[in-house]
Design a protein around this ligand. Structure first.
Ligand code: C2E
Ligand code: CA
Ligand code: CA
Length: 508
């Protein structure tokens, strides 16, 4: 183009300049609009992500911190203590019986319970403590201060659970187990929650409803228990259980009236494991239902086998508190009796006094069903609970079984003798039979008979023995120590005497 062109045509130059200006303004406007949009978007994004993060830090049901929110607070606490000194404690709080209540009352009630628990935790530990919900029935608290402060807080939490939880028509009791770990005393940040949880499990191992602080020995104890529970889970399938039987003897005729069923676990490495060790574990870890069912079925099967070979033997099965709360326990026993062709009066349910006195609707309903079904009910470990006459009268019990502790002290202790005397007179007033367990000496036996006990059971007569051994004792010429065994097996049973409506099973 000719360089003099714009001077010769000034209008064209101006037009071009104006077009460039308009273009520049347009570009600038577009850029400004885009920036504003981006700014608005990023503000919105920030708002949403802030909302999301605060939401994920709070548990929707209880309003407490979630585990991730709690972890962030823990990190801050650790930094504070590291830079300024001092200490803080983590309290791991686990409800003892929440799973059971949740199953019994349903999830709606379970949620309300958790809300109440959360409120109580916040109220009793104060606004400075941080609380979080870790899992369904598990919480954690951060309390500022050393172990003494942690213990005071834990004791306050235990006390706040003493008051029952009430809403609508439901009133129930909850307890909790608390493990305490302190920073920096119990080690690094990474191990803190684990240590508090270990201490909590150790409390559960010892019956729950208490608190304790972490100790290095606990890790081993808890690990061993976890292994044992795992093995217990498989024991049924692997056929490691066996029933042992111990005879109950009539104090006057010295005839056998029944055989108490006592469970044994043949552990591949530990040998014979005592039910005192594994029944509480089975109860705590939800295994007692399946194990209890097996005991009932197997006891009926053995009793039917004996009957086929000419022995009429009533079996007494120990029923745990957990089984009493199952709503179909009686139906299951009836079905087992029916399958094995046995009468209900042939089956004794041994239920401990403390369980029998539980005033829960489910337990009382089970007792009512037992009465209707015609089972023989025995109140076990009697004298250790707090029975009232009125409560005893309501139960369909046929016998009281005096706890071994009183029998053991009988020869030396006047107090033990007067307790046995009182139990005998209570039983007489209620037309119940009295059985004394744990009889080991002739002296105890004589005293019990003179005090009016109706039946005796203990090593003096026989140790608990396998079914075949009991059968051999009965059918061979062998005799139980001090007892005429054979004739009693063919005579009428106590159940038939107590319930004249029930006839003994016809012999084949
Ligand atoms: P328990 O029902 O009070 O049973 C009596 C315990 O005393 C048995 O212990 C028995 O072997 C023992 N024993 C019997 N005679 C004597 C004696 O003369 N002296 C002494 N020192 N002890 C005697 P075992 O078999 O170890 O059972 C302990 C507990 O385990 C039982 O106490 C019962 O509560 C529970 N248990 C056993 N089998 C079962 C079961 O199948 N189901 C449930 N739920 N619990 C069971
Ligand atoms: Ca018993
Ligand atoms: Ca007992």
């Amino acid at each position: 183009m000719n360089p003099g062109y714009f001077s010769e045509h000034p209008g064209v130059g101006l037009g071009l300049a104006a077009a460039c200006l308009v273009l520049a303004v347009c570009v600038l406007w577009l850029y400004w609009r885009e920036r504003r949009r981006n700014l608005r978007l990023s503000l919105e994004l920030k708002r949403v992500s802030h909302q999301m993060s605060t939401q994920s830090e709070r548990d929707e049901l209880t309003g407490l911190l979630t585990r991730s929110g709690f972890d962030a607070v823990l990190d801050t606490q650790v930094q504070k203590v590291d830079s300024a000194g001092g200490a803080f404690c983590v309290l791991y709080v686990a409800l003892d019986n929440f799973g059971l209540l949740n199953d019994a009352f349903g999830q709606g009630v379970g949620d309300r319970l958790l809300k109440d628990v959360a409120q109580r935790l916040v109220q009793c530990t104060g606004p400075k403590a941080e609380a979080c919900r870790i899992a369904a029935g598990e919480f954690a608290l951060i309390v500022n201060g050393a172990l003494a402060v942690g213990r005071t807080a834990a004791s306050r939490v235990i006390n706040t659970f003493a008051e029952s939880f009430k809403f609508d028509l439901i009133q129930t009791q909850l307890s909790c187990s608390i493990g305490i770990a302190s920073y920096p005393e119990h080690g690094s940040r990474a191990k803190l929650m684990g240590h508090a949880a270990t201490a909590m499990r150790s409390v559960k191992l010892n019956g729950g409803s208490a608190f304790c602080q972490y100790d290095v020995k606990m890790g081993v104890e808890v690990r061993e228990q976890a292994i044992l529970v795992n093995e217990l889970r498989n024991a049924l399938e692997l056929g490691q259980f066996e029933l042992y039987f111990q005879p109950k003897i009539d104090a006057v005729s010295l005839q056998v009236t029944a055989a108490e069923v006592l469970l044994r676990w043949h552990h591949p490495e530990r040998g014979l494991v005592s039910p005192v060790l594994f029944i509480p574990l089975a109860e705590r870890y939800g295994l007692i239902g399946a194990i209890g069912n097996w005991v009932i079925e197997e006891a009926c099967r053995k009793a039917a086998g004996w009957r086929e070979r000419g022995l009429r033997m009533r079996v007494a099965v120990n029923i745990s508190g957990y089984q009493m709360r199952e709503d179909d326990l009686v139906e299951r026993i009836e079905a087992a009796l029916h399958r094995n062709g046995l009468q209900p009066g042939r089956f004794t349910c041994e239920i401990t006094e403390s369980v029998a006195m539980e005033d829960t609707k489910v337990t009382q309903l089970t007792f009512d069903k037992m009465r209707k079904a015609g089972f023989h009910v025995s109140i076990d470990d009697f004298g250790t609970g707090y029975s009232s006459l009125a409560a005893l009268r309501r139960l369909p019990a046929a016998e009281l079984k005096i706890d071994r502790a009183f029998v053991c002290d009988l020869e030396e202790s006047e107090e033990a003798r007067s307790i046995v005397k009182s139990i005998v007179s209570v039983a007489a007033a209620l037309h119940l039979r009295v059985v004394a367990e744990g009889v080991e000496t002739v002296g105890q036996c004589d005293l019990l008979v003179s005090l009016g006990c109706d039946e005796l059971q203990g090593y003096l007569f026989s140790m608990p023995v396998p079914a075949e051994e009991l059968e051999r004792l009965a059918l061979d010429e062998h005799r139980l120590k001090n007892v005429e065994f054979r004739p009693s097996l063919f005579s009428s049973t106590l159940a038939a005497e107590l319930n004249p409506g029930l006839r003994p099973d016809p012999l084949p």
